[in-house]
Design a protein around this ligand. Structure first.
Ligand code: MG
Length: 268
């Protein structure tokens, strides 16, 4: 990889040596309209240059296997183990700490928690994801008692609501996390972007230090703010959620028209 001497904005060789990347999915590699133009070619150039990367997403509704097939259907090949989600982060964390969990997450997501001991009897943590109709009084009541007995409260997502395909809004995991926080008096540990732990665990997965990695994404708060707070550099792309003015107040280290410009900016 080459390092540029004198940058010529707006698309210059970034005068920073990056060994690894965390790349957001929705809004960065694809949007509702399909893959971002040039995304596939960009990934191929990164592969050729030997830059390692993980796809870092806050998706909690589906397992990594489904995300990998979605990428493949868009012509963006990705191995399941290249995808880093809040469930991946929590699984890494719980295995490292030897904690068991009482999961309030969709059955389909359990495959991403493989290897984490599940316990209905004094678990180390209560893990809350999107359980929809499964959030019954009795399950929440059991979770509450585990918290009162010393379990940590861990949230895959704190989103308030989500939009169904027809446009209708529905309760997400956040309100149930808030109910358990309120009842137990415990604050929930978040494990998605922009939480510092998410970035630290993703870096551990990459085997690189924060200074050697940049986050690439379309969300100023989750991608740029979160990454910079964890010591990574942040590259904002002008696709997806981006709107003119999105750069402020987070001040990304670099702004690119789209992910297609990434290899050029890195000099690969
Ligand atoms: Mg995004």
């Amino acid at each position: 990889m080459t390092q540029a001497a004198s940058p010529t904005p707006p698309y210059y060789y970034w005068p920073v040596r990056v060994e690894g990347l965390l790349i957001d999915l929705d809004g960065t590699l694809y949007t509702n309209d399909g893959p971002v133009s040039g995304a596939r070619g960009a990934l191929e150039r990164l592969d050729k240059a030997g830059i390692s990367y993980r796809f870092a997403t806050n998706a909690t509704h589906v397992p990594r296997r489904d995300l990998a097939s979605r990428l493949e259907s868009l012509g963006l090949p990705a191995g399941e183990d290249q995808i880093f989600t809040p469930a991946t982060a929590v699984s890494t964390k719980l295995k490292a700490e030897g904690l068991s969990c009482f999961p309030l997450v969709e059955e389909s997501l359990m495959e991403d928690l493989e290897g984490v001991p599940v316990s209905g009897d004094s678990p180390g943590c209560v893990l809350v994801g999107n359980l929809g109709e499964g959030f019954t009084y009795s399950r929440l009541d059991v979770a509450f008692r585990h918290l009162m007995d010393g379990a940590e409260l861990v949230a895959l997502s704190k989103n308030r609501y989500w939009q169904r395909a027809g446009g209708e809004l529905s309760l997400d995991a956040g309100p149930f996390v808030a109910a358990l926080e309120y009842a137990s008096g415990k604050g929930a540990i978040g494990v998605g972007k922009p939480e510092r732990a998410f970035f630290e665990l993703a870096l551990r997965d990459l085997g690189l230090s924060p200074g050697a990695v940049a986050m690439v994404g379309d969300d100023p708060e989750l991608d740029v703010g979160g990454a910079q707070a964890a010591g990574l550099r942040a590259i904002l792309v002008e696709t997806g959620r981006y709107r003119p003015g999105s750069e402020t107040p987070t001040r990304p280290d670099l702004v690119l028209e789209s992910v297609a410009r990434l290899p050029g900016a890195l000099g690969v």
